[in-house]
Write a protein of this length. Sequence first.
Length: 181
Amino acid sequence: MQVDTAFTATAINTINYVGWVTNGSGLKHHSWYGFGAVDAAAAVTAAHSHTNLIAPWTTSFNDTADANENIVDNANATVFTKSIVETGAGTIEHVRVRIKFDHAKPNQLGFRLESSTGTVVPLLPPFTGLTVDPTSAVWSEFATSAFYGEDKAGTWKVLVIDHVTGEVGNHRASGISFMYR
């Protein structure tokens, strides 16, 4: 159940990083509140007729590797996009994203993920404590449950934005792994 319904999204360069999002399966998710409050009475009622789901599976990382693609250095929200196609049926439980990149000031970057249904959620907003260049030799990993209930098949997009001019960054590779049922 959604909580704090009066919460207004926090936007940086017109991009919402923290706010309520309705995912492709109709569930509301928030980076701070998750899916909101649990309805305890409904949970107990549902538990009486519960049947176990099949065991969830995890895909290996579906990677795209590229030779030094530039992340545009700007403050006007030009989006660097890397598309990754996922095949096979399955309903998402959890998604992990890994990215290889380098940037002299990585906290100027904002990372988001767009599902095949068009749901866009933040993975890491800009202006965090991430101040050391991870170098392109290291995978940075992000995880989210915001896509719970969505179909995993389709084109997924890793979205990266450099919110401040002056420092140059490069994208080396991206990958997505799904826990699904």
